[in-house]
Write a protein that binds this ligand. Sequence first.
Ligand code: ZN
Ligand code: ZN
Length: 642
Amino acid sequence: MSTITLLLPDGTKKEVPQGSTGQEIAQQLGKKNILAIEVDGTVQDLMKPLESDKELNIKFLTFDDEGGKHAFWHSSAHVMAQAITTLFPQAKPTIGPPVDQGFYYDFDNLELSEEDFPKIEEEIKKIIKANYEFKRNVITLDKAKRLFKDNKYKQEMAEEYANDGKELTAYQDGDFIDLCEGPHIPRTGLIGAMKLMKISGAYWRGDQKNTQLTRVYGISFPDKKQLKQYLHDLQEALKRDHVRLGKKLDLFVVNEHVGQGLPLLTPRGTTLRRELYRFIQDEEIKRGYKYTNTPVLAKTELYKISGHLDHYREHMFIFKMGDDEFALRPMTCPHQYMIYTRKKHSYRDLPVRLAEIADLFRYEASGELHGLIRIRQFSLADAHIICRNDQVREEFTNVIELIQFVMKTLGLAEYWYRFSKWDPKNKDKYVDEPVLWEQTQTEMKQILDELKLEYVEAEDEAAFYGPKLDIQMRNVYGKEDTMFTVQMDFVAAKRFGLTFINDKDKEEEAMVIHRSSIGCLERTMALLIEKYAGKFPLWMNPEQLRILTVADRFNAQAQTIAQRMRDAGIRVEVDTRTQSISKKVREAQLDYVNYICVFGEKEADKDSLTVRHRSNTILGMIHVDTFMAQVLKDIKNKTLDV
Ligand SMILES: [Zn+2]
Ligand SMILES: [Zn+2]
């Protein structure tokens, strides 16, 4: 009997008979909780026989591996669809993929409310208990058309796969059959616990012109305890959710007459934004950036030169006025280039660092919009560093140091970098400057290593015009997102004539670095709201102090003290309502005001305040001047834990 040689992740080799399944091999090796197998980098079913005349790299996947988790969640989607079509036989399943957290399935012809969830979950339990095997069958297009004769969506997909020359497969568990590429876990019984999460609308193939479908989201785990933990964590995350807190703390609103994705910042929200704005602008000016102020719109001609009009048109707001066509700008770059080209530059003038907190406009699909994170107008702390090739190293280092300083000042520690590089083989995607690519990437890597940064490398993820560094974070729900990027650009100089006169008196093209330092103010606000769960550090809190008067006769004097504080730059409010002090204290705590100051008879006599921190730490009676000095010092130092 012929055998296959398997190479395991620990470097050991194993001989198994041809046609052995992953399941059998896992059993022989005593592997537990295996859901799928990765063979030469491709995830496949454990039940699929392995055949090969050369050595195979294999890895067994559990729920802790991305591939294992996806097979698990995708299999759960089948089980959910099975339960739903049992209870609602008229429903037409379309697609049901795993997502970041769980899975969904889209159905046509299904009216559902969350009140139906318990009975669907009961049906799911039966399917899990029956412990059906997920059987994989290769089928012909004719067979697919017969199997799914009542489902035009499955037929459409089957035809599409067949036209692409793909093998058609169907998976069956119990009497439920789905057209599906797999991979799947071996049996339904491996699903320990499943819960349906929510219902939303979706369009077939994501196109608004198509039929609207009902999307049902679910989550599942191998173990009931994991589901319990997940639901608990979700509750905790919800407490920090910036959309919820933004409303509770009166930071921003969305109004249907203004439009989705266009949040309106309230006075309190605007204060938080202003603190970030001033902080970053002051810091960048100290570090040698020059601020510009350029229009939020321009003739589309400008974006023709930059290439945005060709590549980005569907995300741009474009309109005609008189004889000209205009666009709201999606990016700042071309505007600032026009400032650079207003005069000639010598090599001694470089680097030129042009910064602007720029209002930008991007048409995001309504399904993508979210709170302050995905919006249609936002303010990016943007800059373009125009420099010589021999300055890239130092400029890039300075940018990283600025980012580190900003993150530290904001108290955002949980971020990492993604170094997105080109792929020399992908000639169509990238500008043909192999020497520049290699040189710049090598320098970037050296700097990242020297600074001992935590980063992941991503091949073939660069922009077409140069490598980039993405600053990555997770939101409260664990979803990874790019906060902002630092991009090298070999192309802009040519397109826009960004040149300088070099030391040999020749005109030479400059290098451009696009970068942010704090990202979009709105998105950063969202991250800060979630990070601090609304309990902002003193320096950025919209309301830093609240003075609570114990009786009306102290109101005037309290207002005078408050004005002294405002004159010094402290944000303070006076609560003069005729409520009990304990109620006023409670409300100030719920508004997360940093310091709550009681003002009555004995305080008035001594020009003092009785102060407590929102954490309930009592600071006692303090003279107004002493207290102000302490508060101002913490504001100036941007102390995080007050
Ligand atoms: Zn499937
Ligand atoms: Zn740019």
